[in-house]
Design a protein. Structure first.
Length: 174
């Protein structure tokens, strides 16, 4: 089978996962409640494929811009040592998965997920790290337009900040 076929199949798989994630997001309409009282967390920004950096999107620059937006919103970002001692070990995970096609485009999936330690109601003596808030987008862009992924990711950060601000309004108990 041809390489193009496998790339198309991979792109379709990403799309199906995205549709599933979006359905889950609608099901958990109260996910922003999990952000209540959070004043600081760790930020992690990851790219799945390095060719997107070769084509012009710099992960470190994106991380700096994301961090600046979060700080302007009054959120304190922790370093890893401080984070590891924080109850609930909360972190914001920004993830970009791209697949470069031989036809001159990328398929992409951008995700922003807030993760923290949770315990099941049936047994609160155990805990695990879980996603408690998420959003994402997917699409296709030309190889020469990878810089347009930066505003795409930043718009997802803005979605996070809208929910964060709604649940953590000044004057509300934390």
């Amino acid at each position: 089978m041809s390489r193009t076929f496998f790339q198309g199949l991979l792109a379709l798989s990403i799309l199906l996962c995205a549709v599933s994630a979006q359905a889950q997001q609608r099901f958990t309409a109260d996910q922003k409640q999990s952000l209540q009282g959070i004043t600081a967390f760790l930020l992690i920004v990851e790219f799945e494929e390095s060719t997107v950096e070769i084509d012009g999107l710099n992960r470190a620059e994106l991380e700096i811009e994301v961090a600046q937006r979060l700080r302007r919103a009054g959120i304190r970002l922790m370093n890893e040592v401080e984070w590891s001692r924080q109850p609930g070990v909360p972190f914001l995970y920004v993830y970009l998965n791209t697949v470069r096609s031989e036809l001159g485009f990328y398929s992409y999936r951008a995700e922003v997920r807030f993760k923290q330690e949770v315990s099941p109601v049936r047994n609160t003596s155990i805990s695990s790290i879980a996603t408690t808030w998420e959003t994402g987008s997917l699409g296709f862009i030309g190889v020469n337009r990878v810089e347009t992924l930066k505003p795409e990711v930043l718009s997802l950060i803005d979605e996070f900040l809208i929910d964060y601000r709604q649940i953590n309004r000044p004057g509300q108990p934390r």
